[in-house]
Design a protein around this ligand. Sequence first.
Ligand code: 5GP
Ligand code: ZN
Length: 115
Amino acid sequence: MSHDPNCIFCKIVAGQIPSRKAYEDEELLAFHDIHPWAPVHVLIIPKTHIASMADVTGDHAPLLGRMAALGPRLMKELGVTNGFRHVINTGADGGQEVYHLHLHVMGGPRPWLKG
Ligand code: 5GP
Ligand code: ZN
């Protein structure tokens, strides 16, 4: 398990920064985004430090699959019944601000949806 001491999401995994958790297992953590773009907005991250999708290889396929599949399960648990979005921002021009791979999963009533 790779850990970057300067990474805020590694600090969340380690419990050094508090978060409102939605799910946790040995490999993955999901928590509510601190500045939500939607009524329900969770971030699903691998516990191991992977900086971005630009660093993902075929070996990560099972991990990515588990992240993607967790989204619908969490939306259901959190009461989202009418659809949701999965978003991954990668690199500066992709709008990535935190360089620890994270999947945004956003749902809830639609007025927030602009893009
Ligand atoms: P990015 O632009 O990198 O795809 O998204 C980073 C996301 O992480 C943003 O939506 C931001 O609100 C969220 N975020 C940044 N720092 C924290 C934090 O300390 N706690 C939580 N819960 N979310 C954070
Ligand atoms: Zn990290």
